[in-house]
Design a protein around this ligand. Structure first.
Ligand code: AMP
Length: 216
């Protein structure tokens, strides 16, 4: 089973992907995380990616498609991927279809999280990522506690692109480039829509209701 989590930045895709990884035999591929790993290497490619990511624009299809392909050919990922943040435009969706055919897999479902813009902004501004374990928290909606997080609070960081200026660009790009994927998957009967305004547990319950019959 391969799943695409779809929705605007701040919709909660990463958080729900982490929930799924805990309960199902699935692995998350986050395109944003792959790019941030490249940035950490401080290579010429990483420096180029950083400029784009910090501005809130999309990196080139060539760069992200390569990173995705390198990751998904790992046998460990076979037919158990949650795509978070990829695809983000129609050419990427078509490239992903090509990868699925090439590596004898398929997309089982696309789960779309629908969230209002004012909530998105608050979710992004409150987002904290643990630099040690990678888990995602939110200082307003889902703070790190002793119960949900083992690492020291000092590991919690804000992403450099989670600021008001960049959010506007990211949302504009979502409207202009990413939303077209919605109809692409809808026409293939792969799309499931969920109210992403609900709390994390309620959204997760809905996601499981979609995934359980597919997995069975
Ligand atoms: P995310 O972690 O999904 O919020 O992505 C952070 C940033 O990484 C985005 O604002 C883009 O600059 C870049 N990015 C992530 N995924 C993609 C993608 N599929 N295509 C192009 N750029 C991406």
């Amino acid at each position: 089973m391969n799943i695409v989590l779809f929705g605007p930045p701040g919709a909660g895709k990463g958080t729900q992907a982490d929930n799924l990884v805990k309960d199902f035999n699935l692995i998350k591929i986050s395109s944003g995380d792959l790019l941030r790993e490249e940035i950490k290497k401080k290579s010429p490619l990483g420096d180029k990616i950083k400029l784009t990511v910090d501005s809130g624009s999309l990196v080139s299809d060539e760069i992200i498609n390569n990173l995705i392909e390198i990751t998904l050919i790992d046998k460990n990922y076979f037919d158990r991927i949650i795509f978070d943040g990829f695809p983000r435009n129609l050419p990427q969706a078509k490239t992903l279809d090509g990868f699925m055919t090439k590596y004898k897999q398929k997309i089982s479902c696309v789960i779309s999280l629908k969230v209002n813009e004012n909530v998105i902004v608050k979710r992004i501004l409150g987002r904290q990522v643990c630099s040690k374990c990678g888990l995602i928290f939110n200082e307003f909606f889902n703070p790190s506690t002793k119960e949900n997080h083992k690492c020291d609070l000092n590991f919690l960081l804000k992403r450099p692109d989670d600021n008001e200026k960049t959010i506007k660009n990211r949302l504009a790009i979502y409207q202009k480039e990413t939303l077209s994927i919605f109809n692409y998957y809808k026409s293939q009967n792969l799309l499931f829509e969920i109210d992403g305004m609900k709390n994390i547990a309620e959204i997760y319950k809905k996601i499981c209701q979609i995934i359980n019959p597919i997995e069975a």
